[in-house]
Write a protein that binds this ligand. Sequence first.
Ligand code: FES
Length: 150
Amino acid sequence: MSVTITVNGMPRTIDVDPDKPLLWALREDMKLPGTKFGCGAGLCGACTVMMDGEAIRSCQTPVGSIEGKAVTTIEHVATTAIGRRVSEAWVALDVPQCGYCQAGQIMSATALLTQIPAPTPEQIDSAMSGNICRCATYLRIRAAIAKAAA
Ligand code: FES
């Protein structure tokens, strides 16, 4: 079956099983490997992308269920004003350690600031609570979000 979604501002039509998780459609069919596989069960946040401005778990999203929607991935996030501020704050505060979870962290942070331009610490904690970092960079992540929001 062919599925058409807008990815990073461009309409993309792929011939794919509509039940295939968006994560693997991005990585395998669209050659966008920046979105990472962590748990495959919706628990870690490594696979987070934005769909119409909201953070979603791409490992839990059948690609056929988002026909016609607009998806933004880590490869494109810095082309938006908010995503650029988030990315620059990540670099300025040297957030990543191993880096594996950081694409998902940045996508969740960008979705948060898209919806709430000046979030409270509690709103940041709530929005980011589903993104796990095994290196425990949480304090730098939260500082970078505050910096990007300023
Ligand atoms: Fe999707 Fe962990 S890989 S939430």
